[in-house]
Each structure stands twice: as C-alpha cells, then as structure tokens.
Design a protein around this ligand. Structure first.
Ligand SMILES: Nc1nc2c(ncn2[C@@H]2O[C@H](COP(=O)(O)OP(=O)(O)OP(=O)(O)O)[C@@H](O)[C@H]2O)c(=O)[nH]1
Ligand SMILES: [Mg+2]
Length: 454
C-alpha cells in the first residue's frame, strides 16, 4: 500500500446538486473522522452516515452531508477509502478540499491516480481501466454498452486466456528441449504446435473485425457530398436539428467542412457538411472542394446528394464518388417529384424533402442501419467483445508476428530455443494489453487522460 493519502473531487467540476470528494490511503479514516467530527471507531463500513463537516483548524461548519467509509480492501482503490457526499457548490467543495489539504500526510490526487492505485492493487486489469475511462466518456447507449463490457473484464479475459494457453504451449516446448523424447509422453511437442496454430487463427479473426470497436468508441464519420445547391447544408441542419451551417440559394455557400456530433439511434456519429463539388471558381473554393473530397475519402459512410431540381441529371463529380459505403439521396422532392428510376450507377436513391420532411424517416433508418452494420452491433452480448484501441491492435499484431516466426522456425526445424523465445515474446505482447507484465511504459499513457480524480 502507498504511504501517502490522496484526495480529490471525484464527481465533475462545476455547480451540481451533489459532489463527491474521495480520500484514499492509510490516513483516510483519520481524515474522515477529523472533518466529520467523529471518532475513528464510529466510522460505519459501507453505510451512509449523516455528518456535519467542519474545518478542523477553525471549527467552522462547511456542510451537512453524507460520509461513506470503505475499509480496505473492499474499496474502489483497494485502500482505505472515505467518500464525502456534499452539496455541489463551488465554495462547499473548495472548503472541504482546503480542510483536507491542511492535514499532514494528505495531498491532492494526480489525474487518474485513484484508478492507477486500483490497477496496482489488482482491482482490475488495464483493459477494464480503459473500459472505465470509456464509460465516463460514453455519449451514446451503444458506447455505454461496449464500455461496460470492457469494464467488466470481458475483453481482458479473452487476451488472458490466449496468454495462458501460449504459456502452456511454451511449457510443453521447453519440456521438449530439456528432456529427451523417451522421457516425455508422446505428442507433447505436437500439442504445442497445434495450440499455437489455433490461437493464431483466433487472433486473426479477432483482428478482422472491421475496426468496429474502435469505430464505436471514436464515432462514425459521415460525409455529406454533392454539387453546389444540392441541399447538403440543409440536410445537415435537419439531422442536427439546429442551424449549424449557413443555407442559401447561392451556389458555393459552404466552403469549410462543418462537423456536427450526433447520437443516431444509440450510435455516435460525426456528420460533416462539405463544399459543393464543381470546378472551383477561386482559390478558397478550390481548397474547400479539396477538403470535401478528403472528408469523403476518410468517411465511414457517404451521403451523396443529387439536386431534385436538376434530376434526372446526375452530377458527374458526385456520381464518381459513389461506392458501397454510400447512401444516395435525391433532395427537394417537394418542388419536383423525381422521375424514376431512382438510382445512380446502380445504387438505389432515397428521395427526401427538407421542407415537407418526406423521406427523411427512410433516410434516417437507412443511415442507422448502416451504422449498426459498421460497428457490428458490437455492444451486443451475442458477439465477442471487440478491441477498442490502436494499442490493442498493435500488441496483437506483434503477438501474431512472433507466432508466425515460431511456426516458420518449426517448419524449418530451426533451433528449438529460438522458437521458444518467440512464444515467450508472443505471450508478453498479450500481457502488455492487460498489464500482466512490466508495463510502466503503457501505464502513463493509459491513466494520463483519465478524468476520474482530476
Ligand atoms: N424547397 C426546398 N428547398 C430546399 C431543400 N433543401 C434545400 N433547399 C434550398 O436549396 C438551396 C441550397 O441549399 P443548401 O443547403 O445551402 O445547399 P448546399 O448543397 O449546402 O449548397 P453549397 O453549400 O453551395 O454547396 C437553399 O435555398 C435551400 O433553402 C428542400 O428539400 N426543399
Ligand atoms: Mg452548403
């Protein structure tokens, strides 16, 4: 256990009905008792106690609130923890923090320090710690479900089981090096190889997930593209339900990319409105169109808009960007009913009007369906949890590379000691994801941006 006792506002900053100040470490009991005017033995484990909190130096009452006492190890950090639930006004919180600051042996927690202590005390592995950070950041229900699964350790368990199986294969392989064939039960050596082939296949499949976990975590990018005046900014405003972008009858109104974050049926999306595609008239418009094309390429999904007023003419600049990840839309159906067939380059088109709202429900349903397919309803318990960070992907790639080297060395009947080393490296790469090996280098990165305890 750490020597110093740390404290911080555990709830968000700013005014609120209730705020929670957390104290963790060997002096947590003393600190809580002093501030709450109780004897240490009067602290009731895991019960809400109504208390009057006061500044120990002046005796001035700071608030009337609740104290919850979590003796180690059954606490968030695994250490003695006291939580003070106070009224969430700035002066109350500042008063409580100042009172704690006056006590010897206490100091303000660094960002992420509570979670880091929880990890170091074995309360959760690194993937669960990341799940907790994602849960705090989650803005949509699908993100929440994914984060909760990771927090519960579902992802970590997969990596840990692969690591344990690799370590078993390694033990077999080392036995084969240390003992002669006659001393070993038959098949020990082949068993290691079979295991490695199977694990390699499972990791390959896990990596071939279309980045659904990462996409859900970061949000899907949807780019609205089309000729000038097609109605792109109008559609963006409809989706955002506010006037995010300027709309006008002048062709070439939008020049910069305008992005709006939305919750579409539980899926987080970033919708980008872009400059109308044509041969640009001036330097600014040319740059805007270059950015529009860039966004269209980056996007997970494109909405290609065709102006209902000029339909059935199909703008060639827009048509050439249509692919399977594109939803084709014909706008302004209130002004002119589009003549069939409603399709562009074999892709079905949805007719909409931003004035009468006709077709917008069909379009929304289509976009939500595409979003669900892209993130593979990753939060669904029916699917195995997806990796959510580039850090996971890199470690898994490294593990696979080591397994490939192991199998190649085996096939070439190369030095068995070297092959065993590759298995060890593969297991270590997996251990880095969950934090089961020396991980000082990754720890800082993971806990640095943690909001808890900030
Ligand atoms: N009647 C009708 N007018 C529309 C509709 N959608 C857009 N408009 C009009 O079409 C004109 C152009 O709309 P914008 O949304 O600015 O078009 P844009 O594609 O963003 O155009 P640029 O930014 O110039 O590329 C405006 O006058 C809009 O009011 C619609 O569904 N029905
Ligand atoms: Mg526009």
């Amino acid at each position: 256990m750490k020597d110093d006792t740390i404290y911080a506002l555990a709830s968000g900053g700013g005014r609120a009905g209730v705020a929670v100040v957390r104290v963790s470490g060997p002096k947590a009991a003393e600190a809580a008792a002093v501030v709450c005017g109780l004897a240490e033995k009067a602290l009731a484990p895991r019960h809400a106690q109504r208390v009057r909190m006061a500044d120990p130096a002046t005796g001035e009452t700071l608030d009337d609130g609740l104290l919850i006492w979590f003796p180690a190890p059954a606490s968030f950090t695994g250490e003695d923890v006291a939580e003070l639930h106070v009224h969430g006004g700035h002066a109350v919180v500042a008063g409580i923090l100042a009172a704690l600051a006056k006590m010897p042996g206490l100091r303000m927690a660094e960002p992420g320090e509570f979670s880091r202590r929880a990890f170091e005390n074995g309360k959760f592995d690194l993937t669960a710690a990341e799940g907790l950070a994602d849960l705090v950041e989650a803005e949509t229900s699908a993100q929440r479900r994914q984060a909760l699964r990771q927090l519960r350790g579902e992802l970590g368990k997969i990596y840990e089981s692969w690591r344990e199986r690799l370590l078993a294969a390694l033990a077999h392989r080392e036995a084969a090096i240390d003992f002669s064939d006659d001393d070993l039960p038959p098949g020990v050596d082949a068993a290691a190889r079979t295991q490695v082939i199977e694990i390699k296949r499972e990791i390959d499949n896990h990596l071939k997930d279309g980045r659904r976990g990462e996409r859900l975590r970061g949000g899907l990018l949807i780019a609205i593209i089309g000729a000038p005046n097609a109605g792109k900014s109008t559609l963006l405003n409809k989706l955002a339900r506010r006037d995010a972008a300027i709309v006008s009858a002048t062709a070439g109104t939008t020049r910069d990319v305008i992005e709006v974050h939305l919750d579409l049926g539980g899926y987080p999306v970033i919708v980008a409105d872009t400059a109308g595609l044509r041969d640009g008239r001036d330097e600014i418009e040319i740059e805007g169109i270059r950015r529009a094309r860039g966004k269209a390429l980056d996007a997970d999904l494109r909405l290609a808009l065709f102006d209902g007023m000029t339909w059935p003419a199909r703008d060639p600049h827009t048509a050439e960007l249509i692919d399977d990840a594109t939803v084709v839309v014909i706008t302004k159906s209130d002004l002119k009913k589009p003549t069939p067939p409603l399709e562009v380059n074999g892709h079905r088109a949805i007719a909409v009007s931003a004035v009468s709202d006709a077709g917008l429900d069909v379009l929304l349903k289509e976009i939500t369906g595409r979003a669900a397919a892209l993130v593979g309803a990753t939060a669904s318990p029916a699917l195995t949890p997806a990796l959510t960070r580039a850090r996971h992907r890199e470690a898994l790639e490294e593990c696979l590379a080591a397994l490939r080297r192991f199998l190649a060395a085996e096939a070439a009947e190369a030095t068995p000691e070297l092959a065993a080393e590759d298995l060890r490296l593969a297991a270590r790469a997996l251990g880095r994801i969950t934090g089961r090996v020396a991980v000082e280098d990754v720890l800082d990165v993971i806990f640095r941006d943690f909001c808890i305890g900030k």
